[in-house]
Design a protein. Structure first.
Length: 110
């Protein structure tokens, strides 16, 4: 997951909120067992686990660290179901205008 905000603090607040909300969405072990399983689905378990979180500058640093380890492809998923439309659109805007252009430079320089 990716959460982009104007500041690291704002992104961390969004990530904390998502983690809290995702915890509320997970079924209990008893409820899961009654539906043929004892764990939440992998998709449910991923909700709220922001792997990339921060300001555009922080996100670029996080992605650069992966690039430097030789990782050339990363799926970036913005958790749309648990953030307001305004926050989702702003996160997409920051990703497109400030993060992606800078990470494209990694390939050009490397």
């Amino acid at each position: 997951n990716l959460i982009a905000a104007d500041t690291d603090e704002e992104a961390e607040q969004l990530a904390d909120r998502l983690a809290t909300l995702s915890h509320l969405k997970r079924p209990s072990s008893a409820a899961a067992s009654s539906h043929g399983g004892n764990k939440a689905s992998p998709a449910v378990n991923m909700i709220g686990t922001a792997q990339f979180c921060g300001s555009p500058q922080t996100l670029v640093k996080q992605l650069k660290a992966l690039h430097d380890l030789g990782i050339g492809a990363v799926d970036l998923v913005i958790p749309t179901g648990l953030m307001s439309q305004e926050k989702v659109l702003h996160s997409l805007e920051l990703l497109g205008k400030e993060v992606l252009p800078r990470i494209h430079e990694f390939g050009a320089a490397g």
